[in-house]
Design a binder for this molecule. Structure first.
Ligand SMILES: Cc1cc2nc3c(=O)[nH]c(=O)nc-3n(C[C@H](O)[C@H](O)[C@H](O)COP(=O)(O)OP(=O)(O)OC[C@H]3O[C@@H](n4cnc5c(N)ncnc54)[C@H](O)[C@@H]3O)c2cc1C
Length: 279
């Protein structure tokens, strides 16, 4: 990625934020198996970091996607994988579809507080029997008057124990598997949602990953993102941001791992990162 002066200034201010507000606490959060998402996100939101490419109308900065990549790359300076991933879920995995296809209601009530950091977001796609094969999800939302009634379960959900809402992929009909799904915003304090367990992991420990059950969870139909039946397509588009974000984030974090492997002292690693990236 060839960055301009504006990108570099943005990356420098994020880098400064990381050094002050994240890096000193990483060991503690990795040991605890969780980090205080809302507290950190509110600080990030106050500086505009959670809405880099989101519309200005809803509190975002309205910049182009190159700035999201600059952010993902800079987050690679955090000396762990969990916190950057959780931030990436908030900015580039659970919210792009809201910005792209959400109604004014959805944007005002869920996108705006996700950009300010007042709401923690999570993305609910994976299930025990549906990982890579997204079309195989079994969770469903039955129409009941003005509501959907959701039943099912989601697995490996990042921010799952702390989230205020989930952008959830569910089946809304029995039709063909690619046109039977919808993306629905589910407030996580709705009755019927159970955090079955916070999963213990070998890596990315500071990010909480949860298994969640949904039993007769009633959500108003106005919480749908875009049109019913287009959820699979919306999610495939949302995955594009997720994948690009992950690639950008890996640039600095993987180089840091290489440096650790080659025993380059910590004090030289940051300079080394820059050197390797420039080369
Ligand atoms: C730390 C962590 C956080 C996560 N956070 C979230 C989250 O926030 N939200 C969410 O929805 N999900 C989340 N996930 C789930 C993640 O998206 C899935 O793990 C991923 O989709 C892969 O699914 P799976 O684990 O079921 O593996 P599988 O789909 O069973 O795949 C296992 C292996 O088989 C290979 N494979 C699969 N299908 C084929 C095929 N047809 N041909 C050849 N090879 C194949 C895969 O490449 C892989 O190597 C998270 C996972 C982890 C580990």
């Amino acid at each position: 990625m060839l960055y301009k002066q504006e990108h570099r200034e943005f990356m420098n201010s994020l880098s400064k934020f990381i050094k002050q507000e994240i890096t000193p606490f990483v060991d503690e959060w990795e040991d605890a198996g969780i980090f205080p998402a809302k507290e950190l996100f509110q600080k990030m939101g106050a500086q505009g970091f959670l809405g880099v490419c989101k519309p200005e109308e809803y509190g975002g900065m309205g910049l182009d996607y190159s700035f999201s990549l600059a952010m993902a790359e800079t987050l690679g300076e955090i000396p762990c994988g969990g916190v950057p991933m959780a931030i990436g879920v908030q900015t580039d995995m659970a919210t792009p579809a809201l910005a792209r296809f959400g109604s004014d209601y959805v944007k005002e009530n869920y996108l705006r507080p996700a950009i300010s950091g007042d709401y923690v977001a999570c993305i609910g796609v994976s299930e025990p029997s549906a990982g890579s094969d997204v079309a195989a999800i079994k969770s469903n939302a039955r129409s009941d008057g003005d509501d959907y009634v959701i039943n099912g379960q989601k697995m490996w959900i990042t921010n799952g124990t702390q989230a205020d809402f989930m952008c959830m992929l569910v089946n809304t009909s029995d039709g063909p598997i690619h046109s039977s799904k919808s993306l629905i915003i589910v407030p996580m304090d709705t009755p019927g949602i159970t955090v079955a367990k916070k999963l213990d992991k070998l890596g990315m420990r500071s990010s909480d990953t949860a298994q969640l059950y949904f039993e007769d969870v009633r959500v108003p139909k106005r919480n749908i993102i875009g049109e019913e039946g287009l959820g699979f397509t919306y999610q495939m588009l949302q995955f594009q941001e997720e994948r690009l974000w992950a690639a950008g984030n890996a640039l600095r974090s993987s180089i840091r791992l290489l440096m650790i492997q080659f025993h380059i002292p910590a004090r030289d690693r940051f300079l080394g990162n820059r050197f390797l990236i420039i080369r």
